[in-house]
Design a protein around this ligand. Structure first.
Ligand SMILES: [Zn+2]
Length: 166
């Protein structure tokens, strides 16, 4: 099996070389090909003789989704000296918000809270956190309906804000 050398930096800026033999090759969102970034990072803080137990290595999706996949590696204890790492998991790093071009500028202006929550809900969908997506969309809808009602009946703002969506 072909081994890939990675350069790892930790939080103190200390650097080590590590070796990985199993690397993710397809994007976990769209299935397209991944390209590794030249550097990886570790959450350790030692400046001198750092031991990088966990290593996070970003991979760029070259396909249509274009998201960054984050491979999580753990140090193989038996070959500590050679800094060999085993792949343990693959996360997808998504932006905190997903662009929502389908929402018109009028709606964005009418209800900025709706627009913000809606984009965050879409981000949870990209992570397959569909229960969270449902909650987020419901909350976003509530802001939209209330902001619209308030724009129509500004004198009733306090009453509208206290109402629940049924
Ligand atoms: Zn992709």
């Amino acid at each position: 099996m072909q081994t890939m050398q990675i350069t790892i930096y930790n939080l103190s800026g200390a650097m080590e070389h590590g070796y990985v033999s199993v690397k993710p090759d397809i994007c976990s969102v769209c299935g397209d090909i991944l390209t590794p970034y030249p550097i990886a990072f570790s959450n350790s803080v030692e400046k001198i003789e750092p031991s990088f137990e966990n290593v996070y290595h970003p991979y760029q999706c070259t396909g249509k989704c274009g998201l960054v996949n984050l491979a999580v590696y753990k140090l193989k204890p038996k070959s500590r000296i050679k800094m060999h790492y085993d792949l343990v998991d693959l996360f997808v790093a998504v932006p905190k918000e997903v662009p929502a071009n389908e929402v018109s500028p009028e709606i964005q202006k009418l209800s900025p809270n709706f627009f913000s929550i809606y984009k965050q809900a879409l981000a949870t969908e990209a992570l397959n956190l569909t229960q969270m997506t449902g909650l987020g969309l419901r909350k976003a809808l509530e802001f939209l309906v209330k902001d619209y009602a308030i724009s129509k009946y500004p004198n009733d703002e306090e009453i509208i804000k206290k109402k629940y969506l049924v």
